[in-house]
Write a protein that binds this ligand. Structure first.
Ligand SMILES: *Cc1c(COP(=O)(O)O)cnc(C)c1O
Length: 406
């Protein structure tokens, strides 16, 4: 019998909970399975590297956001260990009570320096940042314009804000302009977009977006989760690459992807930082990041300057795998980045493709709705600086073999 069914029918639940919950929980799980949307966890043992010990087998890892390979960099490990010895393991209070440690402020200065902003503020995670920042900036009577492919945390931030939210088709500036014209003259207008899109690997047209926003009196918030550490000068992101930092109200990004650790940041003006400290509920009502995590993030930002060869290696690998897959006539969308969406379409077929790859030792996660729109299920292939030529070659061969089976 199914693991979950067992959990439901045996203790610790008593009889009346089993009677009440048993039906709807199991019904929902069965429905997910019928739709090919059922998910389960896989287990990684050992380090998050270019290869991975996954459910007991070594596989090539094309499913991680450890783009620069920093998650197991000796400098980050050393910094985290030293921080534990010096500060202990936890901050044990929120920032506004007694949890604001020297390391939080040191990291914030480093991030502001990298982004070229007046100030920065660290958040516990990207998800927490987004669900807190958006309601701080917009509320009832305001209108938010949100790209159709924005991350779930941005969508939830819009919902929590109680502002009217207009979802515009992915990167469609003409439609966005129509919507901006239609918005009421009163209230704020806030455009929210990712810079490097997490599931498609394409970039928002920031230069044009900034022009459009200024013409219509709208503010912009960008999410650089996948661009931070990877794109722009020293990995400062797409905003720095395009050179529009002074025209964007909020730049948020995460520390748990290319930077290899955990956490998130907001970069912007001093006033923005102060407003968030005073008003942002997901900043105020939570225990702050622990010392080893902060120290690792500080070391990671330093490495962005010290080891530019990591970005070069990543770009080299991206080009090689992209060209190899295109030669094999796989459909990769618009991506020019370290995120390659190999579009399959049907959810069930996508998951079978992913399973077959995994059996042959290549881990490329299948992504289905609701993470991506209906009919666009895909393998989300992500590159790392630490993939070798042999890794890429083996992956290409395996993709070709598995496609042959379909
Ligand atoms: C991963 C991600 C987040 C969430 O960041 P976490 O630190 O993992 O919570 C937010 N936005 C985007 C675009 C992401 O890809």
């Amino acid at each position: 019998m199914d693991e979950l069914r067992r959990l439901l029918w045996f203790p610790p639940y008593n009889k009346s909970i089993r009677a009440m919950a048993g039906n709807f929980i199991q019904d929902e799980l069965d429905a997910l399975k019928r739709q090919g949307l059922y998910r389960k966890l896989r287990r990684v043992e050992g380090e998050q590297g270019a290869t991975l010990l996954l459910d007991g087998r070594e596989v090539l890892n094309f499913s991680s956001n450890n783009y620069l390979g920093l998650a197991n960099h000796p400098a980050l490990k050393k910094a985290a260990k030293e921080a534990i010895d010096h500060y202990g393991v936890g901050a044990v209070a929120s920032r506004l009570i007694s949890g604001n440690m020297a390391l939080h402020e040191e990291l914030e200065e480093k991030i502001a320096g990298l982004k070229g902003t007046e100030a920065a503020l660290v958040f516990n995670s990207g998800f927490q940042a987004n669900v807190g920042i958006i309601p701080t900036l917009a509320g009832e009577g305001d209108v938010i314009f949100s790209d159709a492919l924005n991350h779930a945390s941005l969508i939830d931030g819009c919902r929590l804000s109680r502002a009217k939210t207009v979802v515009y088709p992915h990167c469609d500036l003409a439609r966005l302009e129509d919507e901006l014209k239609r918005a009421p003259a009163t209230g704020r207008k806030l455009i929210v977009t990712e810079t490097l899109f997490s599931m498609d690997g394409d970039e928002a047209p920031l230069a044009e977006l900034v022009e459009l926003a200024e013409r219509h009196g709208a503010l912009i918030m960008v999410d650089e989760a996948h661009a931070t550490g990877v794109l722009g000068p020293n990995g400062a992101g797409v905003v720095a690459k395009v050179g529009v930092g002074d025209r964007i109200l909020v730049q948020m990004g995460t520390l748990g992807k290319a930077l290899g650790g955990f956490g998130a940041y907001v970069a912007g003006s001093h006033a923005l930082r102060e407003l968030l400290i005073n008003r942002c509920r997901s900043f105020i009502f939570t225990t702050s990041l622990p010392p080893p995590v902060l120290a690792a993030a500080i070391a990671a930002v330093d490495l962005l300057y010290q080891e530019p060869q990591r970005r070069l290696a990543l770009w080299h690998n991206c080009r090689a795998l992209r060209e190899g897959l295109r030669k094999l006539r796989f459909c990769l969308g618009q991506s020019e980045s370290q995120i390659l969406p190999l579009i399959i379409g049907d959810s069930q077929k996508c998951m079978t493709f992913s399973e077959r790859l995994l059996e042959k030792g290549v881990f490329a996660q299948g992504i289905r709705p609701p993470t991506v729109p209906e009919g666009t299920s895909r393998l989300r292939i992500t590159l790392m600086a630490t993939h070798t030529h042999e890794h890429l070659h083996r992956a290409l061969r395996t993709f070709e073999e598995v496609r042959g089976e379909f």
